[in-house]
Ligand binder design. Structure first.
Ligand SMILES: Nc1ncnc2c1ncn2[C@@H]1O[C@H](COP(=O)(O)OP(=O)(O)O)[C@@H](O)[C@H]1O
Ligand SMILES: [Mg+2]
Length: 299
C-alpha cells in the first residue's frame, strides 16, 4: 500500500506538486497518468525519499521510505533507467545491489533470466545498452529484493511492442500475487491496458482518480459515418440526443445497438460503431496536454 497525503512540493515559488492525495492498493496496478511536467516524477521521488516534500507525506505500508530498515526488500524502484553507472556491466549492478540488500548471488541470475537479459548482454557495460535493455535491467534491480510494492516511473519508455507486452504481463502477475504497483506514464493507452485504478495528474493537481471501470463508465457510444450530420438528424428523429465532435465522430448516451438500428433504418452508412470507452478520459487528458504545450513545459 502506498499512501500519499496532501503532498506539496515547491521549487523556488513554482508548485510542481500541489496538495496531492491518493492511495495505491495491494493487488492492484495503479496507473499514474499525466502529461510531461505534470508532477509524476516529483511525486514518485518524494515516495522513495529522493526529494523532500514541502508539506504533506508519502508512506509505504504506513512508513516513510527513509524509515524502512531495508527498503529494497519492501519497495522496488525504477525511476530513471539511465541513472545506472554507465561503466559497470549489468551483472555488476545487480551483484552490488544484491550485496547491499544482503541477498544471495544466485538471485542475480534469477533476475537476469526473468527480464530476458542474456549472459552475454549481462557482461556488457551499461553505456552500450539500449534504453529498452536499461529498462529491463532497472526492472531486474527493482524486483531483486522480492518487494511487495513497485514504484516505476515511465517503465515502458524505450521498450519495443514485445517488451511492453512482457512488462504488462509481469506487472499484472505481480499485482495478482497481492503486490502493489504504481506506474506512471504520459500515454493514456499504455496505462489503460494494464491499470486497475487510475490517478490522473495535471499541473501538479489530481484531476481524476478511481477504479478504471468507473472512470471509463457512462461513456456512451461513438459512431462515425461518411455523412455524420445525417446520422445526428436520424438520431434526433428517434429521440436520441447526440453531439458531433470536432473530429467528425458522433457521440451519444444511447447504446451501440440502438444507434446501429437507427442508422440502418435511416439508410445512413457507418464506418465505426463502438462503446466510447475512454473517450471522456481521453478528452480530459488531451486538454491537459494542450495546456502543457501552450506553456512550453514539455520534457
Ligand atoms: N529540481 C527541480 N527544480 C525546479 N523545477 C523542477 C525540479 N524538478 C521538477 N521540476 C519541475 O516540476 C514540474 C513537474 O516535473 P516532473 O515531476 O518531472 O513532471 P513529470 O514527471 O510528470 O513529467 C516540471 O515543471 C518540472 O520542470
Ligand atoms: Mg517524469
Amino acid at each position: 500500500m502506498i499512501t500519499v497525503e496532501s503532498l506539496t512540493r515547491r521549487y523556488a515559488g513554482f508548485t510542481a506538486v500541489d496538495d496531492v492525495s491518493f492511495t495505491a492498493r495491494p493487488g492492484r496496478v495503479t496507473g499514474f497518468l499525466g502529461p510531461n511536467g505534470a508532477g509524476k516524477s516529483t511525486t514518485m521521488r518524494v515516495m522513495v525519499g529522493l526529494t523532500a516534500p514541502t508539506s504533506g507525506s508519502a508512506t509505504i505500508h504506513g512508513v516513510r521510505f527513509a524509515d524502512l530498515p531495508n527498503p529494497g526488500l519492501e519497495v522496488g524502484v525504477l525511476l530513471d533507467a539511465s541513472a545506472q553507472h554507465a561503466g559497470r556491466t549489468g551483472r555488476d549492478i545487480l551483484t552490488i545491489a544484491a550485496a547491499t540488500m544482503g541477498l544471495p548471488r544466485a538471485r542475480v541470475d534469477e533476475m537476469l533470466d526473468l527480464v530476458s537479459l542474456s549472459s552475454v548482454e549481462a557482461e556488457r557495460r551499461v553505456r552500450h545498452y539500449s534504453l529498452g535493455m536499461r529498462q529491463r535491467l532497472g526492472i531486474a534491480t527493482a524486483l531483486l529484493g522480492d518487494p511487495s510494492v513497485l514504484v516505476l516511473d515511465e517503465p515502458a519508455n524505450g521498450l519495443d511492442p514485445a517488451g511492453i507486452r512482457w512488462m504488462r504481463d509481469l506487472l499484472t502477475d505481480f499485482a495478482g500475487r497481492g503486490g502493489t504497483v504504481l506506474l506512471s506514464s504520459h500515454l493514456l493507452h499504455e496505462i489503460e491496458v494494464v491499470a486497475d485504478d487510475l490517478v490522473v495528474i495535471g499541473h501538479g493537481r489530481i484531476v481524476a482518480a478511481g477504479p478504471k471501470e468507473e472512470l471509463l463508465a457512462e461513456a456512451g457510444t461513438l459512431a462515425r459515418s461518411p455523412s455524420p450530420r445525417d446520422l445526428v438528424r436520424a438520431l434526433e428523429r428517434a429521440g436520441i440526443p447526440s453531439t458531433l465532435a470536432g473530429d467528425g465522430s458522433v457521440r451519444t448516451d444511447a447504446d451501440a445497438a440502438r444507434v446501429g438500428a437507427v442508422a440502418a433504418a435511416a439508410g445512413v452508412a457507418l464506418t465505426e460503431l463502438r462503446s466510447a470507452e475512454g473517450a471522456r478520459l481521453e478528452d480530459m487528458f488531451l486538454s491537459l496536454t494542450a495546456d502543457t504545450q501552450r506553456e512550453g513545459a514539455a520534457a
